[in-house]
Design a protein around this ligand. Structure first.
Ligand code: AMP
Ligand code: MG
Length: 404
């Protein structure tokens, strides 16, 4: 077992080194939203399929409207979706709608606002260049172009592209099943009567929600009592899942059995301490080809370490190839932050726009057991190791963990 305290970035790369892209499945187009694409998508035709009009107006030859005003005979109407085989002869115009294919012989479109809108003849007030108001065939995409790469996370724009490629079913990464077990003799579940000395198991639900947010499927294994045997038994069944997350029991307390139990099931522990606050004890372990994350019991430590280590791993397991880690932005701090300076600290903040600038508003309570400190938090402001604090008005780095 490695006993050295790791820097956050080193721990993140150690996590990523353990993860490979998992199984794939085919889902229907709308079910592909928020999943990770696992096939390259090749466009089978030019888009637009032909030169077409970007405006409602008149298809013309630019030469015929070089001197304006000029009147041209209108020889036809071209609605969108009804291409004409008629050819536009010199000195004539055809009324054309947005999206309709430009007829042979025409090389530009005069928008209707620059004409009198005539049906038999049209008076044109302003000239156009060759190609003006015409969208060229293939200017968006060419047949044979790879329009989406495997490894892309699928949002609304990707769904539109998949629809354009007429993909009724889409190959995506299967959602990993993530076993969640919460250790602690002090825990009672939400249906139980609370007894003296007991607290509610919030972490199972917190972690389930975080797992869902990351795009995976949580499987709750409930509360595990603080004995070595109970912890081993719980791990044994949890290891049937694709990933295992435990909460609590990873510190150096007399009843912290997670590391012991991992050893007992033959797991290889990669690290168990990270130079950060909250969340110093975080275990990364590999057992029977499964990755186990042992997160600390304090809800906030769980929350922070999940965002920094677990969510990126789940994304990679689903096949995502970029933007695995939450991005870091610069924001102006609205209240001072104090640190002991020994480890890097992640403060929960609300990132918001103040006077058009990104501001980081520290949440009132910063205790690692404080549920209120997570409410509304969409950022983790970093105070680096060796720094004792940051004053209000200074710029800080903030890890973005939610919508701004
Ligand atoms: P531990 O990491 O096991 O020492 O737990 C640290 C503290 O986190 C405990 O004293 C509890 O207050 C809290 N805690 C542990 N597990 C949970 C849980 N599942 N839900 C809410 N709080 C927890
Ligand atoms: Mg405990």
């Amino acid at each position: 077992m490695t006993e050295r305290m790791l820097q956050v970035e080193d721990a993140q790369s150690r996590v990523m080194a353990e993860i490979t892209a998992g199984a794939i499945e085919d889902v229907s187009l709308l079910d592909a939203q928020d999943r990770v694409l696992r096939e390259d998508v090749i466009n089978d035709r030019d888009a637009p399929p032909a030169d077409n009009s970007a405006m409602d107006g008149y298809a013309v030859r630019a030469d015929d409207v070089a001197n304006v005003p000029v009147s041209l005979r209108v020889i036809g109407d071209i609605p969108a979706g009804h291409p004409t085989s008629a050819r536009l002869e010199p000195g004539t115009a055809m009324r054309i709608m947005t999206g309709a294919f430009v007829p042979d012989g025409a090389d530009a479109v005069v928008q209707v606002e620059w004409t009198d809108g005539g049906l038999e003849t049209v008076r044109i007030e302003r000239g156009v260049r060759v190609g003006q108001n015409v969208r060229r065939r293939g200017e968006d995409m060419r047949a044979g172009d790879v329009v989406l790469r495997a490894g892309t996370r699928i949002g609304a724009a990707e769904i539109a592209m998949l629809a354009n490629a007429r993909k009724a079913t889409v190959r995506v990464g299967r959602k990993p099943i993530v076993a969640i077990l919460s250790t602690g003799d002090e825990l009672m579940d939400i249906h139980d009567e609370l007894a003296p000395g007991k607290i509610v198991n919030t972490n199972s639900y917190l972690l389930a929600a975080l797992v869902r947010d990351a795009g995976a499927t949580p499987r709750l294994f409930g509360i595990v009592r603080d004995t070595r045997d109970a912890t081993i038994a719980a791990l044994e069944s949890a290891l049937e899942s694709d990933f295992v997350i435990t909460s609590g029991g990873v510190s150096v307390g007399a009843f912290d059995f997670v590391k012991d139990a991992l050893d007992a099931v033959g797991a290889e522990t990669k690290f168990w301490q990270i130079a950060m606050k909250p969340g110093k004890p975080v275990v990364l372990s590999r057992a029977r080809d499964r990755v186990v994350f042992g997160l600390p019991g304090n809800p906030v430590s769980c929350f922070v370490s999940f965002h920094l280590f677990v969510a990126p791993a789940l994304r990679k397991a689903m096949g995502q190839e970029s933007a695995l880690f939450p991005p870091t932005v610069h924001a102006r701090l609205t209240k001072p932050l104090k640190s002991a300076g020994d480890r890097r600290v992640y403060f929960r903040v609300r990132l918001t726009s103040i006077d058009g600038e990104l501001a980081a508003v520290p949440l009132a309570s910063q205790g690692s057991g404080s549920l209120t400190s997570m409410l509304g938090a969409n950022g983790l402001a970093i105070v680096r190791e060796g720094v004792k604090g940051v004053d209000a008005g200074e710029i800080v780095s903030v890890v973005v963990i939610g919508r701004i």
